[in-house]
Design a protein around this ligand. Structure first.
Ligand SMILES: *Cc1c(COP(=O)(O)O)cnc(C)c1O
Length: 217
């Protein structure tokens, strides 16, 4: 698959869902990929990328930014509070806000820095023990809490359980977002971004379908 193929499939899925093509942002997930592959996607003109670890992002993106303008970087993995300041410097969006302690840290940093990345609340739609994210039943209260701290919550994010039909999780996330008046939906990966778009995704996070299989991670 190439970047162009994925863009074409996104356009097709938008059309099928009667949504405008620019309703969906493609986040190219570059975690663990060799720099040469990332470089070639940058050469093709793509600027929106996702990383799941602060440390890894810090090791490669400052250098890419010296060469390529307007890079829009999204943190899609868990964030420890002691890495939040570094995340502020590196990322334009954070998709993994999932607990009050982290929300408070982000609110304090936003005060100090005078700006804040776009924020998505991660919802653990499958209620999986090992997975990050706030429980679906606690999400409404958490959205309210974040808003009371003036955090710019753009939407919700989920990673469905691997062995379940993702559409059910996408539909649940869309429902929770709607009742909270949130328009952003970060959902859909290489294997299921078309069904995510059918259910309202505004941000799809596609890694291996663009870059090829990851060696690990
Ligand atoms: C790795 C990752 C992706 C991309 O996965 P692919 O299956 O390679 O498209 C998307 N979202 C998150 C949170 C990830 O960690």
């Amino acid at each position: 698959m190439s970047l162009d193929d994925i863009k074409m499939r996104i356009a097709k899925a938008c059309k099928a869902a009667d949504r405008p093509e620019d309703a969906v942002s493609l986040i190219a997930v570059s975690k663990v990929q060799p720099n040469a592959r990332v470089d070639s996607v940058l050469q093709e003109g793509h600027r929106t990328f996702g990383e799941n670890r602060v440390q890894e992002a810090a090791g490669k993106w400052p250098e890419f930014r010296e060469t390529f303008q307007d890079i829009d970087l999204h943190l899609i993995g868990p964030l420890q509070t002691n890495k939040a300041r570094q995340a502020f410097e590196l990322f334009q969006s954070i998709h993994s806000v999932d607990r009050p302690k982290l929300a408070k840290t982000i609110a304090r940093l936003a005060q100090e820095e005078g700006h804040c990345p776009h924020l998505f609340i991660q919802v653990n739609t499958g209620a999986e023990e090992q997975k990050a994210g706030i429980a679906p039943a606690e999400t409404d209260a958490f959205v309210t809490e974040c808003r009371s701290m003036d955090l710019p919550i753009e939407g919700l994010m989920c990673i469905p359980p691997v062995d379940e039909e993702p559409s059910l999780h996408f539909a649940l996330l869309a429902k929770i977002a709607e009742r909270n008046g949130l328009t952003g939906l970060s959902m859909g990966m290489s294997s299921d971004f078309e069904s995510a778009i059918a259910l309202g995704a505004t941000h799809v996070r596609v890694g291996s379908a663009i870059f090829g299989a990851r060696a690990y991670g």
